[in-house]
Design a protein around this ligand. Sequence first.
Ligand code: ITT
Length: 189
Amino acid sequence: MEFILASSNPHKADEFNDLFKDAPISVNPASKKIDVIEDGNTFNENAFKKAKAYYDEFKSPALADDSGLVVPSLPDILGVHSARFSPELPDYKDKNLKLIELIDGKDRAAYFVCYLCFYINPQEVYFFEGRVHGQIGNELQGEDGFGYDPVFLPDGQDGKSLAQVIEWKMTNSHRAKASIAASNFFSNR
Ligand code: ITT
């Protein structure tokens, strides 16, 4: 099955190319970016909005990803609003430093979550979810990955950040888990 990727984040596109390389799903970039207002209260809602907007524009099946970093001890920031955290700091290095400052003295537990919405047509829409648990680090670590990867230390990885275990990320991340669930579903459909 072919899907248009309803995302303007090139890092997600790179990860999907890898994640779906042996799957019965092929994900292609859209020929133009569609602006979608992500004002939903949940990851699911925003993923649905993005996928539907691209389906409506291109009249072909679309895949959207809504993801983010959830930090339960900072309930009013990040989470479903992760892409809009500290808009005055456009550079993710500065956003990550700000997060380290805000979490000082609080519980550092956190998780990444990814919701995928496969919008085949208005009668056929599928969602898949994936999570990866860990902690917020004390400093930025690693150069690979994107977004909040340098500040997130996944459980079981000896204190390394996601930006330092990029091979592991490709099979164990929130996006990897949701993508594996989707691949299994579409393989057996
Ligand atoms: P699209 O909506 O166009 O797909 P986006 O980057 O705005 O792109 P989201 O609305 O889903 O995507 O926001 C996701 C936020 O969470 C954004 O700030 C990302 O940098 C961050 N994020 C998501 N997955 C991540 C990952 O695997 N590693 C690090 N940060 C991630």
